[in-house]
Design a protein. Structure first.
Length: 295
């Protein structure tokens, strides 16, 4: 079996026994997959390899950007511009239509960010990102001393102004996603193995932050990449693969992945193909419920 069913609702959301297909392998550590719905391709990162690649439906895998400043998480804004978190430079950047790079965030309170990790964009253009220290470690980034005394979650306006700290009490904030109505922000804390939930205000502020659920199970993996499908079911990486939670925080089950899963995204014409970046490989499976289009 490729799944662990914890609630009967799991089959309606994911399926009874979805097949796992390996699309490519031989990478160092894959992350940050993001699907372009118009151009029909998937971009994903390989931080240790300092390499971003593009997968196409014909099976081609080609270089998108190298070097990539050891980019980790990626997303698109409403205009289809790529936003990326760079481990090597501690920057959040945006790739413009002509290929130019716009720097969105580099410092907070005069100190260099740790290593921006994952990123989402609200429909009004507000950018939210996490800032753990993983990119200051060997292999995943560039070893260097930390300037900030905490690991935070931030919001910033689309032009790079008004950077504000939303929370500073994480051990290592990592994956994040918005609720369907964009009124809440879910953020996981990898070492603590749980997901927290914040209430958002229209101006990009946040309150609350209580633990929404714990991510538990046997096998390799921890909370990392995290996203919602069109029905509000929350998927996150965790022990043994991808953990699927109903909107009420009940864990419905786990999609088993052959390697330690770091992140994922939906793609394909119907947004039911689930692309998973897992250590040295890129995988694909299918779900019954579609993911959400980014633009």
């Amino acid at each position: 079996m490729t799944v662990e069913v914890r609630e009967d609702r799991f089959s309606d959301v994911v399926g009874d026994d979805p097949a796992i297909e390996r699309l490519g392998t031989g990478f160092l550590f894959t992350e940050g997959p993001v699907w372009h719905p118009r151009e029909r391709h998937l971009i994903f990162s390989d931080m240790p390899g300092d390499h971003m690649r593009r997968w196409r439906p014909d099976g081609t895998i080609e270089t998108f950007r190298q070097p990539s400043n050891k980019t980790n998480g990626n997303t698109y804004d409403a205009d289809g511009r790529l936003l990326s978190c760079e481990h090597a430079t501690s920057r959040v950047t945006r790739t413009e239509p002509d290929g130019a790079i716009t720097v969105i965030a580099t410092h907070y309170d005069g100190k260099e960010l740790n290593s921006p990790n994952d990123i989402v964009v609200r429909s009004d253009g507000t950018i939210f990102f996490t800032d753990p220290t993983f990119g200051r470690n060997e292999f995943y980034g560039v070893p260097r001393d930390q300037e900030l005394s905490f690991q935070g979650v931030y919001a910033v306006d689309p032009d790079g102004s008004n950077l504000r700290l939303l929370a500073d009490d994480f051990e290592q904030p990592n994956g994040l996603c918005l609720s369907l109505d964009e009124g809440r922000l879910f953020v996981n804390d990898t070492p603590r193995g749980h997901i927290r939930c914040f209430d958002l205000t229209a101006d990009g502020g946040a309150s609350g932050g209580a633990v929404w659920t714990d991510v538990t199970g046997d096998g390799e993996g921890a909370p990392d990449g995290m996203k919602l499908d069109v029905d509000g079911n929350l998927y996150t990486t965790g022990p043994a693969g991808l953990h699927v939670f109903a909107p009420d925080a009940t864990c419905l089950g786990v999609i088993h992945v052959p390697e330690r899963a770091a992140n994922f995204t939906w793609g394909g014409d119907d947004l039911k193909s689930l692309f998973v970046t897992a250590s040295t490989s890129l995988y694909r499976t299918r779900t019954e419920t579609a993911g959400r289009a980014l633009f």
